[in-house]
Ligand binder design. Sequence first.
Ligand SMILES: CC(C)(COP(=O)(O)OP(=O)(O)OC[C@H]1O[C@@H](n2cnc3c(N)ncnc32)[C@H](O)[C@@H]1OP(=O)(O)O)[C@@H](O)C(=O)NCCC(=O)NCCS
Length: 127
Amino acid sequence: MFSKWYIHHFRETCLLAEENGEMIGFIMGFLSQSNPDESYIRIVMVDPASRGKGVGRALYEEFSKSVGMLGRSLIRCVTAPRKKESIAFHTRMGFIIEPQEQEFEGLPVCLDYDGRDGIRVVFKKEL
Ligand SMILES: CC(C)(COP(=O)(O)OP(=O)(O)OC[C@H]1O[C@@H](n2cnc3c(N)ncnc32)[C@H](O)[C@@H]1OP(=O)(O)O)[C@@H](O)C(=O)NCCC(=O)NCCS
């Protein structure tokens, strides 16, 4: 899903989780150029066999530490409203859902966040 330029140019905020030399998860994010207090998580993914063991939490905590040291005080990310597991995970990670004018299945959503089929729940977390 990702071209090499992403990893080359956002190295400090792209992290791997490994077990016995094998990748079991990763997080990819970046520091906002436009909003100097902010960072953004593009995606987090944990191998299905390693879920529920704290890997996602560890990746988020390490990412928070990195961006905090780089002077950021806010993390933003989005997810699709149908991804209930992602919403539960982000809520456990201390993210709050940003209020929006529209709702979808009872959740505040931004309807045109991401182009076609781009309806998104928008999260933020203050560090
Ligand atoms: C979401 C995802 C990254 C979670 O990773 P994980 O390693 O299983 O998560 P952890 O074990 O670290 O769990 C962290 C917390 O979130 C909660 N949580 C994780 N998955 C959950 C789920 N499916 N339902 C409810 N709570 C969940 C855990 O209970 C835990 O809470 P606690 O630490 O307070 O006890 C993983 O399920 C995944 O890769 N999903 C597919 C990709 C995805 O949806 N990514 C997010 C959108 S980009």
